[in-house]
Design a protein around this ligand. Structure first.
Ligand code: ADP
Ligand code: MN
Ligand code: MN
Ligand code: MN
Length: 370
């Protein structure tokens, strides 16, 4: 061998050159920077009445930030999430939305739907029931409590803090404490880094209660972003030893509950609208009131009492600028010839935005458009 190489020096040089060129290409070619990405697959489990967020990490090499269609389906043990029996436990995770995760090196958040092995959507997969419509827009206002040691952040060990009043949009240590603002600001930044359309923050009426809003165009987009924003918030709070309490009425008595007002508009509502269509729409919402309440989050009777800016759970009404109505019609709506968006105030803070969006679109679809 050695003597062979000696006899063919030009061949040897050629091979050396080839090896060198290949290594230079790997090193300097812009499309060959492979990196190990951390794909965090996120899904909703089978717990009732409120699903939990679950997630696990898959490491995969890409030479660029992966696109949705480049993410593989994955699987998990459904018998540990109340989504399967032990003897046939494999469930499929199908990526449906992808976001950069600025909290991790090469981090990727992968929102996923759950499927059965035969390719049909799992019964817990409410996203699969949403009518596809790129021209439907949703805006969700997520209220929640930050909790520590089993009580809202800022509540004394026993008893209550000063009655609500100064907390809503409040400022100052005695109103908002010292960690809450750090959490909500960090949450906002991580959401924006992810490309989530987080639209705003406010301290809420009860002590320890906060709100953020997500708006999205496309019938599934805002709901996807809301679930990922919830995931980011819950995970962020781990290091503060704080939990997020999404229950709609964690503190009974004269303390506001938490809602998730759901603002919605279709292209027809925005561009054509009209009083007649609006009244037909509201008649359909009245008719399906119970089906809406059924997917608007558990324990809503504790929150929808007719007090604290709510309508009672067994009544449906609507009203211009009326925060005590089931559906609030923004002032701008009648002014703009009954065009624009409407605010369904019934959904609560632990409601599933997939189920809410699905139900709203189902009811809208029963109303004929001329
Ligand atoms: P309020 O607290 O007064 O109800 P917010 O500002 O908290 O109001 O929430 C209003 C929500 O309505 C926002 O999430 C916003 O994105 C959403 N929204 C605005 N215009 C539309 C629209 N045309 N279709 C759907 N949602 C909309
Ligand atoms: Mn709001
Ligand atoms: Mn609010
Ligand atoms: Mn609102």
């Amino acid at each position: 061998m050695a003597s062979g190489l000696l006899f063919f020096p030009t061949q040897q040089v050629r091979i050396l050159f080839c090896v060198l060129r290949a290594s230079i290409q790997v090193k300097f070619h812009p499309h060959k920077h492979m990196a190990k990405y951390k794909l965090e697959y996120i899904w909703l489990d089978g717990y009732t009445p409120v699903a939990n967020l679950r997630s696990k990490t898959l490491i995969k090499e890409y030479d660029h930030f992966p696109k949705l269609e480049e993410l593989p389906n994955w699987g998990f043990d459904g018998s540990s999430t109340r989504q399967a029996e032990g003897h046939n436990s494999d469930c499929v995770l199908k990526p449906v939305a992808v976001f950069p995760d600025s909290t991790r090196k090469n981090g990727v958040l992968v929102m996923s739907e759950v499927y059965l092995a035969d390719g049909t959507p799992h019964s817990t997969n409410a996203r699969a029931t949403i009518l596809d419509d790129p021209d439907t827009w949703f805006g969700f206002e997520q209220e929640y409590f930050l909790y520590q040691d089993g009580r809202p952040l800022g509540f004394p060990e026993s008893g209550y803090p000063a009655p609500q009043g100064p907390y809503y949009t409040g400022v100052g240590y005695s109103n908002v404490g010292s960690i809450a603002r750090e959490i909500v600001e960090e949450h906002l930044d991580i959401c924006h880094d992810a490309g989530i359309n987080h639209e705003g923050i406010n301290a809420e009426v009860a002590k320890g209660q906060w709100e953020f809003q997500i708006f999205g165009k496309g019938s599934k987009r805002a709901a996807d972003e809301m679930w990922v924003a919830r995931y980011i918030l819950v995970r962020l709070c781990e290091k503060y030893e704080v939990d997020v309490n999404f229950h709609c009425k964690p503190i009974l008595g004269d303390w506001n509950g938490s809602g998730m007002h759901s603002n919605f508009s279709t292209k027809y509502m925005r561009e054509v609208g009209g009083k007649e269509y609006f009244e037909a729409l509201m008649a359909a919402f009245a008719k399906h009131h119970n089906e809406h309440i059924a997917v608007y989050g558990p324990d809503n009777h504790l929150r929808l009492t007719g007090l604290h800016e709510t309508q009672s759970i067994d009544k449906f009404n609507y009203g211009v600028a009326n925060r005590g109505a089931s559906i609030r019609v923004p002032n701008s709506f009648p002014k703009n010839a009954y065009r624009g968006y409407l605010e369904d105030r019934r959904p609560n803070s632990s409601g599933d935005p997939y189920k809410i969006a699905s139900r709203i679109l189902q009811t809208i679809s029963t109303v004929p458009t001329p």
